[in-house]
Design a protein around this ligand. Structure first.
Ligand code: MG
Length: 390
């Protein structure tokens, strides 16, 4: 990492941490961020959170943990080739899904509906909340006290309303500016990872077939090449070799196009990156091709009736839990009960009562969002099944 581009993020141009700390000896600031993320409780829980397939459906499917590791691998490769800060790209990648609820998108949609009257639920915002507030591992501060650039990268999307409340880290959404190139890399590495591993997992599960998948040009081109080069290759290997080549193709295209964009705009500093258009991008042709793949997966995998059945169950679990905790917060474990105080608000003015209810909902939402798939299922059973004692 001695040869960083002048527009890469570095210890020298970082906006620093919210609470001042001494410079870490023997590590860069972003290495320290990465290390703190790996040691967090939220990171370990990713192992038991759904990406598309619920964790107990099979040991070979991606979980949020293996997904995050794949994102980090792809982001590092791209960052290195572009002379960007690999440690920052890695830190953002490993942390980008920390705020995800159990049961993937179905869980997040359900929690968002539950939280509608209390400001809603966004998983990107929740990831930031985890690293800024919810992790309780350090004596001197709440959260992990990460560098500004890592926090900004974790906040991949954000509604304008919420961005305005976040201060400096939400500023770019208000002013229409860009994050670091490392954050842009991590964002696209996320897409490359899930599009390709969902093809792999989708085929393994039998929910999609190679025959249907061949209607996607990006897949068909690689598949044909593999079949021609290796006639008679067993199908599993054909799939793996095809997916491997697709990842390579997308990464190579992204690097080539981003290099062209960078040499066109010639940002001299990180500040100029923020004012430039998004420089990390695919070529127009590749962008169309990867969108077609995304679209295919949405129709054939994410909306497959078996995935939707699982999603419906997940949504029921989440909203049942939310309602039960809101109706009686004495059902919450002690640590969360302390945060919400009493259900009985006494004779407070209406606006304070409303605020208390809203705070209580946020705590319930933090508790539910932090659950793994299997913990949520167990907690649901403990609360609703009469056969269970506690
Ligand atoms: Mg992701």
């Amino acid at each position: 990492m001695t040869d960083l581009a002048p527009y890469a993020a570095s210890d020298h141009n970082s906006r620093g941490r919210r609470y001042d700390e001494d410079t870490p000896p023997g590590r860069s600031e972003f290495q320290r961020d990465r290390d703190r993320i790996i040691h967090s409780g939220a990171f370990r829980r990713l192992e038991y959170k759904t990406q598309v397939f619920v964790n107990h459906e099979g040991d070979l499917f991606r979980t949020r943990l293996t997904h995050s590791i794949e994102v980090a691998q792809i982001a590092r490769s791209i960052a290195r080739r572009l002379r960007l800060n690999e440690d920052l790209a890695e830190a953002i990648s490993l942390a980008h899904d920390l705020g995800h609820t159990p049961f993937g998108h179905a869980g997040q949609d359900a929690l968002n509906v539950c939280m509608k009257a209390y400001g809603g639920f966004e998983h990107n915002l929740q990831s930031l909340r985890v690293v800024d507030k919810l992790e309780d591992r350090y004596a001197a501060f709440d959260g992990l006290n990460l560098c500004f650039e890592t926090r900004e990268g974790i906040l991949k999307h954000c509604s304008a309303d919420n961005a305005a409340k976040l201060g400096d880290v939400g500023e770019r959404f208000v002013k229409g500016r860009r994050p670091t190139l490392e954050a842009q890399v991590a964002n696209l590495a996320d897409e490359i990872a899930y599009n390709n591993h969902d093809v792999d997992d989708g085929l393994r599960s039998g929910l999609i077939t190679l025959e249907v998948l061949e209607t996607v040009p990006l897949v068909a081109a690689q598949l044909n090449e593999v079949r021609q080069a290796y006639p008679g290759l067993p199908e599993r290997r054909v799939v793996h070799e095809t997916v491997r080549r697709m990842i390579n193709l997308l990464v190579t295209d992204l690097i080539r196009q981003s290099e062209a964009n960078i040499s066109k705009h010639v940002p001299a500093t990180l500040e100029e990156v923020r004012g430039a258009p998004a420089l990390i991008a695919y070529s127009t042709e590749m962008n169309e091709q990867q969108r077609a793949l995304k679209n295919f997966l949405r129709i054939h995998l994410y909306r497959h009736y078996r995935v939707l059945r699982m999603s419906a169950k997940a949504q029921r679990i989440i909203s049942n839990l939310f309602d039960a905790f809101m109706a009686d917060n004495r059902l919450l474990p002690p640590h969360f009960q302390q945060q919400v105080g009493s259900n009985d608000t006494g004779h407070l003015p209406a606006f304070l009562e409303k605020q208390q209810e809203s705070d209580r909902a946020r705590t319930v939402s933090d508790y539910i969002a932090g659950m793994t798939d299997r913990y949520a299922i167990r907690e649901h059973r403990r609360i609703f099944a009469v056969e269970e004692l506690v």
